[in-house]
Design a protein around this ligand. Structure first.
Ligand SMILES: Cc1ncc(C[n+]2csc(CCOP(=O)(O)OP(=O)(O)O)c2C)c(N)n1
Length: 201
């Protein structure tokens, strides 16, 4: 399970994100997206919506932002959902759905940063943000991810966007080895399993 901020996941670790999705590695990724690099002082991140004010764009951002559900779907994720911190029950259900699946699952959780993002953008305190999430969110299960990009003050599409199946990395690897090596392929022992005792004589 991977639990990460939007900056670490989609900028600093962006390369790992897309290739883990492409390979369909059996990971459950929860992205806590507060729309900025908060810990280092509220800088613009790849997820910061256009026109938002940040410490590095005091007159408003102008770069196009990543739409993370669209990015990970295009890269190959088998499960993609988005909720906000207001949607506690729905989020818990999504996490449990992701754990039922084999392969790369991605859940985006739109989250507040009241001291930096909300303050810079005059969006009030933590409670105001919960009210804002409640008012702006619209459940859109199955929505095309190309249409769920976030804007500064617009609708927040939430829901389960992608739920599909394709072989995960380990299954593809095993199938390829069996195809190439036939009987010569021996499954590697699971390090978690206790070693088999040799009973001789
Ligand atoms: C390779 C690397 N580059 C830069 C940093 C410095 N750094 C630490 S936290 C952070 C911002 C993280 O932003 P995000 O992942 O969105 O999490 P948040 O602080 O917003 O919760 C940065 C740039 C780092 N730790 N490692």
């Amino acid at each position: 399970m991977v639990y990460s901020g939007d900056g670490n996941l989609s900028a600093i670790g962006g390369n790992h994100l897309i290739h883990a999705a492409r390979r369909n590695i059996d990971l459950k990724v929860i992205c806590v997206n507060n729309l900025i690099y908060a810990m280092t002082g509220g800088q613009t991140a790849p997820t910061t919506p256009g026109h938002a004010t940040t410490s590095t764009n005091p007159y408003g951002t102008f770069e196009p932002a990543f739409n993370l559900p669209h990015l990970v779907e295009a890269a190959g994720a088998v499960y993609v959902a988005r909720w906000t911190t207001f949607h506690v029950r729905q989020l818990a259900r999504s996490i449990s759905e992701a754990f039922q699946k084999k392969g790369f699952s991605f859940i985006e959780v739109i989250s507040p940063c009241p001291t930096l993002y909300q303050r810079c953008n005059k969006m009030g305190d933590g409670l105001d943000t919960m009210k804002y999430y409640k008012e702006k969110s619209k459940v859109k299960n199955g929505a095309p991810t190309s249409e769920v990009g976030l804007t500064l003050n617009g609708e927040i599409a939430v829901g389960r966007f992608v739920d599909r199946d394709r072989p995960d990395y380990q299954s593809m690897m095993r199938a390829q080895y069996v195809e190439s090596l036939g009987d010569r392929y021996v499954e590697m022992a699971d390090p978690e399993e206790p070693e088999m005792e040799c009973v001789c004589g």
